[in-house]
Every structure is written in C-alpha cells, then in structure tokens.
Design a protein around this ligand. Sequence first.
Ligand SMILES: Cc1cc2nc3c(=O)[nH]c(=O)nc-3n(C[C@H](O)[C@H](O)[C@H](O)COP(=O)(O)OP(=O)(O)OC[C@H]3O[C@@H](n4cnc5c(N)ncnc54)[C@H](O)[C@@H]3O)c2cc1C
Length: 113
Amino acid sequence: MTHGTLGRLEDFGGNLVCIRFRNRNFLPRRAFFFYPSQHQPSSLAVQPGCLIDEAEGWVCRDEAGRTSVAGLYAAGNANQEVQLVVAAAAKGRVTALTINNDLWEADASSTER
Ligand SMILES: Cc1cc2nc3c(=O)[nH]c(=O)nc-3n(C[C@H](O)[C@H](O)[C@H](O)COP(=O)(O)OP(=O)(O)OC[C@H]3O[C@@H](n4cnc5c(N)ncnc54)[C@H](O)[C@@H]3O)c2cc1C
C-alpha cells in the first residue's frame, strides 16, 4: 500500500510517533526501518577511470579486488554491497593477497626474460 512521498518523521519527547507524508496522510508508528542507498562520496576511484556500478554505487571489480583499471585495486565499502566493518576487513585481506600475487607474477615474468 502506498501512502505517498515521505514528508517527515514526527516525534514526542525524542520518540517517533508518526510518519507524515507530503500529502498530509500519516501513519502512527513507533519504529522506522529504512535501507539507505550507497554512493561513492569520493572521486578517488573515478579520477583514474574506474568503472562504477551506477545502480549500486560501488567500484566494479572482480572477486579478487581488481578494478577496471590495471594495477588499481579496491576493498571495503568502496566495492561491496554490505556495509559492515568485518566485511570491509575481509575484502581488504582478499585484495591484499591479490596485489601480492599480481606483483609476484609480474616480478617472476620480468626475471624470466
Ligand atoms: C552511521 C554508520 C553506522 C555504522 N554502523 C556499523 C556497525 O554498527 N557495524 C558495522 O560493522 N559497520 C557499521 N557501519 C559500516 C562501517 O563503518 C563500514 O562498513 C566500514 O567503516 C568500511 O570501512 P572502509 O575502510 O571500507 O571505509 P571507511 O571506514 O569509510 O574508510 C575510508 C577512509 O577513506 C578516507 N577518504 C575518503 N576520501 C578520501 C580522499 N579523497 N583522500 C584521502 N582519504 C579519503 C575517509 O576519510 C575514511 O577515513 C556503519 C557506518 C555508518 C556510516
């Protein structure tokens, strides 16, 4: 059921009492759950040309943390759908291993010549 566009949240003594819509309809409520959208507040990834998922807001990358720009990697909130410290740290670990492996392979192939 659609009530209209959200107008404001009304409180009494700091506690939510009502969700008010722009058309003046309202719903008495004591709790309000919402899912905020995600976007990149920093242009750091865009400047070198990283592809950004326009719908989800994160830096496109493969599962190992590589971005669309060779030699540029991403981890944490910048490239994941969930915003949790533990998930950001886990992504950082995966990306760190990828960087290490990519450097090792580049080094190995340069010394083979
Ligand atoms: C209000 C709020 C509540 C949250 N609550 C929880 C919670 O309860 N539990 C949980 O697990 N997670 C929570 N999170 C999510 C959690 O904070 C993030 O998932 C986590 O911090 C992501 O880590 P990160 O290192 O990827 O990014 P960040 O912690 O955002 O670090 C990015 C860093 O880059 C810096 N930076 C940005 N642009 C530039 C630039 N141009 N130059 C230099 N530095 C730059 C920023 O200043 C920042 O220090 C919450 C987030 C918010 C906003």
